[in-house]
Design a protein around this ligand. Structure first.
Ligand code: ATP
Ligand code: MG
Length: 516
């Protein structure tokens, strides 16, 4: 007998029913031939979309196959081999059991004998599709004929293969089914994503890059996974963190934020975990920490890269066990909190320098979302300008109608080292100082000094200035630009809050730990 054609377009061999027994001839020819060497396989390859159940299972790494076969030996053989192939297998010795499993489990493919006790393959095909109209079915039969195959196709089959089969061959058939299944699901997901625009109030994100970010938000929001949001200062990390919370099942719960940079090292732990009365001098009453306050909601750990090492160890424990004790307390408190962390630092570099714990990094970085810098989605600038104008128009007390095309052009060409926040500040200022009804190019004051990401040529130290003096000057300039906000100054300089504190003390500028 010829080898079967797995494209399933041809039948080989006798059309008459054949007994299910072994022939030594076939056994010799095929090294790993299945027991029922005269079996024929119909691949009932339905080109149709997959049902909700199969979609669910497609998201997990393994696809699941239901094997319906009344010969126990054959059943076992298929189970073992498909299991080895990475399929999750469900087995049934008869049609009725098979249908029950199909109704209960998320099955991606049915592999069934054509002749089952009490039901033939065509009836079974019908019954299968009554339970799950979209699941593809591979039929194996010793009772096949072209007529039966045609009949099977009429009932929804688009493809079939007749054979005595080797295990390698059956594996190939089901592998093809799995690949086709994945492709269909992927195509559909892509089509859906392409056709869909994500809209959030307060968030301007029309560019493809920002739409990708929002697609990630949509995917992760309903889960409980920890998210690590990365991106330069001012790109909108906090806005994205809030969007995740709003789109989650915890939306009605609290969104609690803690800025790990702004809080002095010795206070961070008590802020996070709370304290008991008398835990330290000044602890006159018991106070719950942010973790407790965020119970049933989300906790946003901003600037996670600035968490000191000792606190990192404690954070790791909460992430692993979702429990902690208040400072000075003995009672273990359990919380149900979803963590979203953000950083504008390269945490990988911090890992290499040993300033950030690797185990904590991996716990936090379950789902990374990177928000692109504004210069990479300049298409959003007109929309953002409109958005900020709507926000500040009222405050300016003027009848500002809009921004001239020249002004938009100026904004679109800028490299935006301070990203969306910087754009917002510039629009606020322009709205306040605009002389006419329109904001013109002349009303826009960009900070065009050499900055990260600009193409300005590298200069050298001003004549007569030492490197230390120049560094001092940069620190003072950063403080001026941030309006005295030291956390922001630290960000502008690419320093941690602690590193800035050290440099400030060196140049004799007082640093009040209570100040941001
Ligand atoms: N896509 C956006 N649409 C509308 N407003 C935005 C957008 N992105 C950022 N903003 C605004 O820009 C400002 C800065 O955003 P946000 O605080 O979320 O940035 P960030 O990345 O957390 O900054 P930092 O690293 O400095 O903490 C906020 O006022 C925010 O509302
Ligand atoms: Mg922020």
């Amino acid at each position: 007998m010829d080898r079967p054609d797995f494209t399933g377009r041809e039948f080989h061999g006798a059309a008459e029913p054949q007994p299910k027994n072994l022939t030594t001839k076939t056994r010799r020819r095929e090294e790993i031939l299945c027991d029922s060497s005269r079996l024929r396989v119909f691949v009932v390859n339905r080109i149709s979309l997959w049902g909700r159940k199969s979609e669910r299972s497609s998201k997990s790494a393994m696809a699941s196959v239901l094997i319906v076969e009344d010969e126990p030996k054959m059943l076992r053989l298929l189970e073992l081999n498909l299991g080895e192939e990475g399929w999750t297998t469900f087995s049934a010795g008869d049609a009725e059991t098979g249908l029950k499993i199909l109704g209960r489990e998320a099955i991606d493919l049915v592999l069934s004998d054509f002749k089952l006790p009490g039901m033939n393959g065509l009836e079974f095909l019908d019954a299968i599709h009554r339970v799950n109209a979209e699941v593809p079915v591979v039929l194996m039969t010793a009772y096949g004929s072209v007529e039966t195959a045609v009949e099977a196709m009429k009932k929804g089959a688009s493809n079939y293969v007749l054979k005595p089969f080797s295990l390698e061959e059956i594996k190939l058939v089901v592998r093809k089914e799995r690949d086709a299944h994945r492709l269909r699901v992927e195509n559909r997901t892509l089509r859906e994503e392409l056709g869909r625009r994500y809209e959030y109030p307060n968030l301007v994100a029309r560019s493809a890059k920002m739409q990708e970010v929002l697609a990630a938000v949509e995917r992760v929001a309903p889960t409980n996974s920890t998210v690590l949001i990365g991106g330069e200062s001012g790109v909108g990390k906090e806005l994205i963190a809030r969007a995740i919370h709003q789109r989650s099942r915890r939306a009605s719960g609290p969104f609690v934020k803690i800025n790990c940079t702004a809080i002095p090292e010795n206070l961070l732990e008590s802020e996070l975990f709370g304290y008991e009365r008398g835990a330290f001098t000044g602890a006159t009453a018991t106070k719950p920490g942010k973790f407790e306050l965020a119970d049933k909601g989300s906790l946003f750990l901003d600037e996670i890269g600035d968490v000191p090492q000792i606190t990192q160890a404690k954070l790791l424990r909460v992430l692993q066990e979702r429990e902690f004790e208040r400072l000075g307390g003995t009672r273990t408190i359990k919380v149900d909190v979803r963590l979203v962390a953000a950083t504008n630092r390269d945490l990988r570099a911090a890992l290499e320098q040993g300033t950030f714990r690797e185990d904590l990094y991996y716990r936090l970085n379950v789902v990374p979302i990177d928000v692109p810098p504004l210069r990479e989605h300049a298409e959003d600038i007109p929309g953002l300008v409109e958005h900020f104008l709507a926000k500040y128009r009222g405050e300016s007390g003027k009848q500002i109608r809009g921004v001239t095309p020249q002004a938009i052009q100026l904004l679109a060409n800028f490299h935006w080292p301070g990203n969306v926040r910087e754009l917002e500040n510039i629009i606020e200022r322009a709205a306040a100082f605009a002389k006419g009804e329109w904001i013109e190019a002349g009303d826009i004051h960009l900070d065009t000094g050499p900055a990260k990401g600009s193409n300005a040529p590298m200069g050298f130290l001003p004549p007569g200035m030492t490197l230390d003096q120049w560094e001092d000057e940069m620190i003072r300039e950063a403080l001026r630009r941030s309006g005295g906000n030291k956390s922001q100054a630290a960000r502008l300089l690419g320093l941690s809050r602690n590193a800035l504190r050290y440099r400030l003390s060196k140049i004799g500028i007082a640093d009040d730990p209570e100040m941001p």
